[in-house]
Design a protein around this ligand. Structure first.
Ligand code: S3P
Length: 181
């Protein structure tokens, strides 16, 4: 069996892997694959927020604003912090100190690192997932967001893996191996 770091809550032992990283890093695809392999639930903070607020992410940004969205991220993280799950997060989850503190309570936080040029290509070709921040920033400003966030992802993570030139299965196995050591 897998030897992931566990978190003990009362008498219940939990397996938790939170995936963090910039938009387009592959958190959802890798998260689903990990959850399937480990046979634990898959959760996605963006999906949980959409369900909670009953609006799509672009609509939340448009109608309620980014700070409202960030508040929802904290609330959702707080509600799942004691669950056994693989959790895919929105790329900005590392921005607030409260979310950083919440992330630190999860057993494993894996940063999927990808260079900005690859990310931009992926985001452009992902018609199913509209990113408001991509649409509302110039290419230079968008790259700056990435640069500003990099140290935050690094600081919040317990493991860093690169997601470029690897299949979903390869990366899933790599994470299982590295986190399990
Ligand atoms: C965001 C990333 C998005 C989503 C929202 C804001 C960000 O999630 O939460 O559009 O600030 O980086 P993905 O990282 O899954 O694209």
């Amino acid at each position: 069996m897998f030897a992931f770091k566990k978190k003990e809550q009362g008498r219940c032992i939990m397996t938790q892997i939170v995936l963090i990283g910039f938009m387009g890093a592959g958190k959802t695809a890798i998260g689903k694959s990990l959850a399937q392999k480990l046979q634990i639930p898959f959760l996605d903070t963006d999906q949980l927020i959409e369900k909670k607020v009953n609006l799509s992410i672009p609509k939340i940004f448009e109608e309620k604003g980014e700070s409202f969205f960030r508040q929802q991220e904290k609330e959702v993280l707080n509600t799942i912090k004691d669950q056994s799950a693989v959790i895919s997060t929105g790329g900005g989850i590392i921005l607030s100190q409260e979310s950083q503190a919440l992330l630190a309570t999860f057993a494993n936080v894996v940063f999927l690192e990808v260079d900005i040029d690859t990310l931009v290509e992926r985001i452009k070709s992902d018609a199913n997932n509209i990113r408001p921040l991509f649409l509302t920033h110039t290419p230079e400003a968008f790259k700056q967001i990435y640069t500003d966030r990099l140290p935050l992802y690094q600081k919040a993570s317990t493991l860093i893996v690169t997601n470029r030139g690897k299949s979903i299965e390869e990366l899933t196995n790599e994470i299982i191996l590295k986190v399990g050591v």
